[in-house]
Design a protein around this ligand. Structure first.
Ligand code: NDP
Length: 260
């Protein structure tokens, strides 16, 4: 591939059926990448694949990234498909907000399994393929919650801090290879997760919808939610061959929220 093209590169996007993952898939497809979308909901993945430009060769794979055996099977299938692999975007994730005292074991396990262990397992399974690419790229969608703490999301913050630590360590481990490893850390972004957060703020505080949304947006110095497309654009840039010296970074896409 040339220094500014992703044409023909095969990219796996976990959680590619909606939200940030779908925006990333669209952005990479627009650059000519061929895609495999991974997620639990097969029907939603099929719908997402159909929504991509007709030219985007897109395959879908049903897989729960929190389940080790499913991840192993999915990447076996990706290897057997013979398209190679240049880009892995670890985007699949779940949110949860509650006081730690009200966060049960099943919730802690699910947050860590999906957001952190899923990222590590998918990356480990993808690495033999990525090593065969001229410019392998791992992009982990962490969060500003991977860089700073917020109240009522201790387990989510712990998982996302883990993703950032994993990113930094693996980037150094692979620095002599053609593979870079970076994290993108969005602030509150306009997707289902943000809508769940708004519902949670309403339930906890009794605020109306506009007020609750305002509280979420107020964390961002630009006083708005980030758009999925803005996150996708940063992912695209990290994936370019010309971004080869950007490695081990956790790049906030947050209107300046964690700048202060
Ligand atoms: P959405 O809820 O819109 O999408 C989440 C995606 O992850 C879905 O496609 C879902 O697909 C997939 N997913 C969830 N659990 C699993 C699983 N166990 N196995 C496979 N796929 C899974 O959320 P966003 O688009 O907002 O979130 C994407 C990423 O961005 C997450 O990692 C999130 O933590 C992060 N993020 C989001 C922010 C926000 O404010 N929206 C802010 C900062 C970070 P399916 O249901 O089919 O499995």
């Amino acid at each position: 591939m040339s220094a500014d093209s992703l044409a023909g590169c095969h990219a796996v996007v976990t959680g590619g059926g909606r939200g940030i993952g779908l925006a990333v898939a669209r952005r990479l497809a627009a650059e000519g990448a061929v895609l495999t979308l991974v997620g639990r909901d097969r029907a939603r993945l099929d719908e997402a694949a159909r929504s991509l430009p007709a030219s985007a060769a897109c395959r879908v794979l049903a897989c729960d990234v929190g389940e080790a055996a499913q991840v192993a099977r999915a990447f076996e299938s990706i290897a057997q498909a013979g398209r190679g692999l240049a880009i892995l975007v670890n985007n699949a994730g779940i949110g949860h907000s509650a006081r730690l005292a009200d966060t049960d074991d099943a919730t802690i396990d699910a947050l860590l399994a999906t957001n952190l262990a899923g990222t590590m397992r998918c990356t480990r399974a993808a690495l033999p393929l990525l090593m065969g690419a001229a410019h392998g790229r791992v992009v982990n969608i962490a969060s500003t919650a991977g860089l700073v703490g917020y109240p009522y999301v201790a387990a989510y913050c712990a998982a996302k801090h883990g993703v950032v630590g994993f990113t930094r360590a693996l980037a150094l481990e692979l620095a002599k290879s053609p593979v870079t490893v970076n994290a993108v850390c969005p602030g509150s972004t306009d997707t289902d997760i943000a809508r769940e957060a708004v519902a949670n703020i309403r339930a906890r505080t009794g605020r109306d919808e506009a007020d609750a949304l305002g509280a979420l947006a107020a964390r961002n110095p630009q006083r708005r939610l980030v758009t999925p497309g803005e996150v996708a654009e940063t992912v695209r840039w990290l994936c370019l061959p010309s971004s080869a010296s950007v490695n081990g970074q956790a790049i906030a896409v947050d209107g300046g929220e964690v700048a202060g």
